[in-house]
Write a protein that binds this ligand. Structure first.
Ligand SMILES: C[S@@+](CC[C@H](N)C(=O)[O-])C[C@H]1O[C@@H](n2cnc3c(N)ncnc32)[C@H](O)[C@@H]1O
Length: 342
């Protein structure tokens, strides 16, 4: 079935996605291989770059797009209108994508794509509090709900702050930054991003480290913690495994070594019984489970030098993709993740 749609407004919508340049787009499309009549879940709608590309490549497909950020949803309404009957946009967390998918008639999907992390719209708007370059409220919540980064910085125990900076930011001066925060907040709580960025630079003794702002790791760690990004990703991978039909494709783009490591570990484990005889017959690998995925490519796909020049934010992106086998989904072990908690 081919969709009837207003191509002029679809073009307008495509141009509108320029605020956030979709990363590794041709490679994502190649790995996902969308086809008319099939059902896809885009767990990170953002500016809709992937959803729009899927429906442009396969106008007869259906896409369920999810984002936890209400402003991404509001901006995405025009795209829903441009693909009538083919794009469903829902506010929610991708950690629950199987529940959301079942509610929206996508209980069996032919593809799931995740582009994890923050969007350019979120990073570039000082009011969202993700940026150490431009001052704003110390917020960092993608969904606008729950504790803010300021709440964490002003109330968490020193040891927890150090764990967050060390484990989620791989910040070597984690203890020193945590100690300095606790000392400073006794006089005056942190409210602004510039305030925290200046403190990190003071503790590290310089503004820039290897060309990056000294607060980069501190901010990244807080953002991951505030939005439980690793927990969400672990849950999303297990949820995708449950809803993908045999032959369905899971495509994940990650920007951070912790996130990519999680995806790599999940897929390596689930694909560890790479069937030898037939690609379609998963075998038992001795722990009572059969491989539930096989790799599209063993090694991650990285952006080309040209893409990095035209979009420097793509530089650390890694794409991993796998195809669902017919084996049952493995028991959900996403809760085993060692993430510091409040
Ligand atoms: C890198 S952007 C995606 C950009 C998109 N692929 C595009 O081409 O426009 C990531 C998006 O995922 C959303 N997001 C991050 N974590 C999420 C979660 N756990 N559940 C739902 N959406 C999430 C963010 O709000 C953001 O809009």
């Amino acid at each position: 079935m081919t969709a009837r749609r207003d191509t002029s407004s679809a073009e307008g919508v495509r141009r509108g996605t320029q605020r956030h340049v979709p990363v590794l787009l041709p490679q994502v499309l190649h790995a996902l291989a969308p086809r008319d009549g099939e059902a896809y879940v885009d767990g990170t709608f953002g500016a809709g770059g992937y959803s729009c590309a899927i429906l442009t490549a396969a106008p007869g497909a259906r896409v369920l797009a999810i984002d936890r950020d209400p402003s991404a949803l509001a901006a995405g309404r025009a795209m829903v209108d441009a693909f009538p009957g083919h794009l469903t946009l829902v506010e929610g967390r991708f950690g629950e994508l199987d529940r959301v998918a079942a509610e929206q008639g996508f209980a069996h999907a032919d593809g799931v794509v995740l582009d994890v992390g923050v969007s350019s719209m979120q990073l570039d708007d000082p009011a969202r509090g993700f940026s150490f370059q431009a001052d704003g409220p110390l917020d960092m919540r993608m969904s606008g709900t729950g504790p803010t980064a300021a709440d964490i910085v002003n109330t968490a125990e020193e040891e927890l702050l150090a764990d967050i900076f060390y484990h989620l930011g791989e910040e070597r001066s984690a203890r020193g930054i945590a100690r300095a925060i606790v000392r400073r907040r006794q006089e005056k709580p942190f409210e602004r991003t510039a305030d925290l960025a200046a403190l990190a630079a003071r503790v590290l003794g310089r503004e820039k480290i290897a060309g990056r702002h000294a607060a980069t790791r501190t901010f990244q760690a807080l953002r991951i913690y505030v939005n439980d990004e690793l927990g969400e990703l672990a849950q999303a991978l297990a949820a995708a495994e449950r809803i993908l039909a045999p032959g369905g494709r899971l495509v994940v783009v990650a920007f951070h070594s912790l996130e990519d490591g999680l995806v790599k570990h999940f897929l390596k484990e689930r694909a560890s019984a790479e069937p030898r005889g037939s690609r379609h017959l998963p075998v038992d690998i001795g722990h009572g489970r059969a491989a539930s995925f096989r790799f599209v490519n063993q090694r991650p796909v990285s952006p080309t030098a040209e893409e990095i020049v035209s979009n420097p934010r793509a530089r650390s992106a890694k794409l991993r993709a796998a195809i669902r086998t017919e084996a049952p989904a493995w028991p959900d072990d996403s809760g085993d993740l060692a993430v510091p908690r409040l």
